[in-house]
Design a protein. Structure first.
Length: 292
């Protein structure tokens, strides 16, 4: 990856910001030195969130990112956070409708995330929950060097993400913070059955106890207005197969009952023509059933 020549010299007339500011093609997509390297849960849980997210009215104008660099400050173009999962509304599924995203660059996209979910790790919990000290300006070799803000500061004060959720797989505690004015306000959830309804989405998010990918434990999952957990594609396929099997069984039962009716009418002395007219079948079909 070539270093982006930032800032780009302007012209007259000036170039568009999309041409002069770094994009996802210019910025690194990985940070191997970042603490809190993901474990298997950090792979499975975000996948379940994306699989069960079924929004009405957005079509492909939404994007979910998992463990993807989020660049948030054009004044410090290399500063980034890496949310475990985030949702953006009103942007195309593909970058410029043509390419898979390598990162999410706010000043290129023009839309901030609507929701961020962080999965707490012992090494990142303080930053995720805003318990670290505020970022400071340090003096190094006579020059002022700013330190990047914490995730909490970025989500609350810079990006102003409306919903910020944190979940610990160690304690199975779900906490939700909603932006009220200039600060996050924690929402009170039922400790035994934590759920949060999000009216802007027409969906809710809560803890579901069940088996996902062979692992039985509490999982963060979406539910609908009837408080029903939204199924994964695999679960939907299973439901469709069960529904088709049930319909086939009912159809077979109905046919068996109709066959019995036909036989009874024939035993009572009615002709094949009369039975066919009475039950709405062809004479050939009645004849076949009579012969069985």
């Amino acid at each position: 990856m070539q270093k982006f020549p930032y800032p780009v010299p302007q012209r007259d007339p000036p170039l568009s910001p999309r041409l002069t500011l770094p994009s996802m093609y210019d910025l690194p997509s990985e940070d191997p030195e970042e603490p809190g390297l993901p474990d298997e849960f950090h792979d499975l849980q975000p996948h379940l969130l994306s699989q069960t997210l079924r929004l009405q009215g957005y079509g492909d104008q939404m994007f979910t990112g998992t463990d993807l660099n989020l660049y948030y400050d054009v004044r410090h173009p290399l500063w980034q956070k890496r949310p475990d999962w985030f949702l953006v509304l009103g942007v195309p599924r593909l970058y410029d409708d043509i390419d898979l995203r390598a990162s999410y660059v706010v000043w290129q996209e023009g839309v901030n995330p609507f929701m961020v979910v962080e999965l707490l790790s012992p090494g990142t919990a303080q930053e995720d929950l805003g318990e670290q000290a505020e970022s400071e300006s340090l003096i190094s070799n006579g020059q002022v060097k700013e330190t990047p803000p914490s995730k909490w500061q970025v989500y609350e004060q810079i990006l102003r993400v409306p919903y910020y959720l944190v979940f610990s797989r160690y304690t199975n505690q779900l906490r939700c913070f909603q932006l009220r004015g200039s600060r996050y306000e924690e929402q009170q959830l039922d400790a035994a059955h934590p759920r949060l309804w999000i009216p802007e989405l027409g969906l809710g998010l809560g803890l579901w106890q069940g088996n996902y990918d062979g692992i039985t434990r509490p999982w963060l999952r979406w539910y609908d207005a009837e408080a029903q957990w939204i199924p994964t594609p695999e679960e939907r396929a299973e439901l469709e197969a069960e529904r088709a099997e049930l319909e086939a069984e009912r159809a077979n039962q109905a046919i068996a009952q109709l066959q019995q009716v036909v036989r009874n009418l024939l035993l009572q002395g009615m002709s094949i023509e009369q039975v066919a007219m009475l039950v709405g079948l062809s004479e050939a079909q009645v004849s076949r059933w009579a012969a069985d």
